[in-house]
Ligand binder design. Sequence first.
Ligand code: GAP
Length: 444
Amino acid sequence: MEKIVSLCKRRGFIFQSSEIYGGLNGLWDYGPLGVELKRNLKNYWWQVTVHERDDVVGMDGSILTHPAVLKASGHVEGFSDPMIDCRTCKAHLRADQLVEKKGVKQCPNCGGKDLTAPRQFNLMFETQVGAAADESSIAYLRPETAQSIFVQFKNILEVSRKKLPFGIAQIGKAFRNEINPRNFTFRSREFEQMELEYFCRPEQGMELLEYWKEERLKFYENIGIPRNKLHVLTVPDDERAFYSKGTYDIEYDFPFGRQELEGVAYRTDYDLSQHQKASGKSLEYFDEEAKQRFVPHVVEPSAGVERTVLALICEAYSEDQAPDEKGKMETRIVLRFRPRIAPIKCGVFPLLKNNPQLVGKAKEIVSRLRPQMTVFYDESGAIGRRYRRQDEIGTPFGVTVDFETLGEKDPALRDTVTLRDRDSMKQERVTIQDLPAILRDRVV
Ligand code: GAP
């Protein structure tokens, strides 16, 4: 993890929020490469969850949420973790983070045994909307994106004219005042969720729970997280939300242990029924064929953007041996991202920066490729160094413009370049003409 955290900072994936002021715990800023990685992940999720399906539509709800919504959903009363304070080092701890030695609970930071009794700590951030600072102006930063989907269910049903089963998808920020943020970005106080609420008839719920678990496993494999590093935990009855008839956690083997990436839950008709009761507005669905009116049930795959980004970086990180400029083997750090996820798809390098013809050709290639993909132009330093810099940020392809491109050695090679593969380090010669199509085919 130390190597990964250091690489993330050094190369501009992830920085601590407000770092120059000492940082704000549990909050992170994504740099130039981190934001590309996040976008690629979210775009791919949106593509397969919404664009490639006939039965899912999207929405984008507000973050500030009416307290009535979160009262009805149970968050105001019950969205809390048991908190314990260590009287020795003053740490605030989640009850499940205590360590037990010889049957005695201890503080994991200082080993202190003088601990307070557990008390419930609500994880929601409360704020005030408008000028009046009283009870009536309270609003919350949403702790999950799901509730705005439930609350807009009727509007979206009407405008989209979908029939059951169908889903509403959303990607957006969620906020939780986690007692103890930890493991780099894994548990943060501000994060993004990619959530789908898939509405169905009650008798379809269990089957769709299985279906969505499998779809989500396929998704992770398609972004480069192999099946053998993913684990499906069936959440036991006593740990499941009381309204859920079945929940799976999809877990990943992080360097700090096996941890949850995503939850896939069959939430029954709990949420819609609660909002129907509290708002007094019907959230029923009318099944024209069966001539039945009922509150739909829902299956929810809910994934975290930052956790998946962290898993992608952990999975991609590797070190191997590669020859340096003089042919001596050295350790190479390489992020083996799938091309579709990689922040930069292609590096373009003129062999020499002081040769206007080489530079001109290289810049021409950059302009041709840029409308289709992210490209990094680099003319500084030895070519081997430039390859290493791109390997370290996971750029899958490198294009070098050399004297053969100018036709100086062999006129038949005029307007060809070398195309280097990050993983095999093999190089092939391709024409500039063919390059955009070749790369387009491989950036998947
Ligand atoms: N709507 C259901 C829901 O919010 P959850 O299991 O509490 O369920 C879903 O959250 C996902 O959101 C988690 O699997 C995780 O990927 C992400 N997530 C939750 N809390 C997080 C946190 N504090 N930091 C980063 N990601 C978090």
